[in-house]
Design a protein around this ligand. Sequence first.
Ligand code: GDD
Ligand code: MN
Length: 360
Amino acid sequence: MTSELTLVVPTYNEAGNVEAFTAKAAKALEGIDWELVFVDDDSPDGTAKRIRQIAEANPRVRCLLRVGRRGLSSACIEGIMSTGSPFVAVMDADLQHDEGLLPAMLDILRQNEVDIVIASRYMEGGGVGDWDAGRALISKLATGLTNMVVRTRLSDPMSGFFMVRRDAFEGSVRHMSGTGFKIQLDLIASSPEPLRIRELPFNFRTRHAGISKLDSHVALDFFQLLLEKIMGRVLPIRFLMFISVGGLGVVVHLMALGVALNVLGAPFGLSQATAVLIAMTFNFTLNNSFTYRDRRLHGMKFITGLLSFYLACGIGGIINYSLAVFAFDQGFSWWLAGIMGAAVGAVWNFATTSILTWRK
Ligand code: GDD
Ligand code: MN
């Protein structure tokens, strides 16, 4: 029989945690009809074997064993799709997520006013435990960036601890990228209808046993996911138009530079600065009339839009410059370094202005 709530818990080398997790979950969920699916990616430490031992004694528990695959997000997706429960929660196996919150999350979903309840570390009453200042800062920055891209105002879009209505999840799942580890962000960003969200505070605890699986790749995963979500939403044709306008902007820039320098006799620094401003203004105006004609800005909005465009492209310029210099120092030829800088700068400009300047 299908239970009301399924906990989906991805595991990779969590042999030292699954027993304690199951015991804590069982205690927190007394009086609730629940089941627990561990999705294990063939952990070398024998996690799956431990889970099966638990499952022998406890019919609520099962193990979904995946072979030859890795990934937190895809593990969660497959775990969720393996059940028919109307409500599903995703949690870490290492006891960092407070299972004591589960009954309250379920109560909220049962009232049918929201689609997803997110446990937040950054709300009043929540916390990140023993994180060092560096990881806390990175997490804050990623949170700001995510809210910009996903157009939400969540205190913690990436806590990784949430409970969702399965029909809401199924509405989203075919649009999800499923790569990397940001399942919660992926889910929210991929839903065709904006999800109704509630946040509840919790304290991120210290990992029980074992070590974290999130390494330097996760930063890459994260940016790839954000980029995919931005790109997937806009027609690529828009990007092509934006790039073409940028190409014209280069021509305008050179013409303005030539006139200021040779006709007006201005010093080079001043001429170059003037040319940058003229080219950016030209690009903005053209993009406003063509690339974003469906969202064209008028009057005061034209001015504020122009300022945000300057800002975004200014940062794009710095990124372009830094990357090119870095690539050149690494031994890439001058033109390849230049192209790399310009390409990343262009994607940045397009992505940020599509959000900041020509927000839908
Ligand atoms: N099946 C499977 N496959 N599970 C995985 C994999 C994988 O490739 N990688 C990690 N997991 C499991 C871990 O075993 C753990 O149960 C859970 O996913 C989270 O991994 P941790 O290694 O504990 O991640 P963390 O504590 O550093 O990061 C947590 O906090 C982040 C927010 O700062 C996670 O909850 C993230 O989702 C969250 O974004
Ligand atoms: Mn963890």
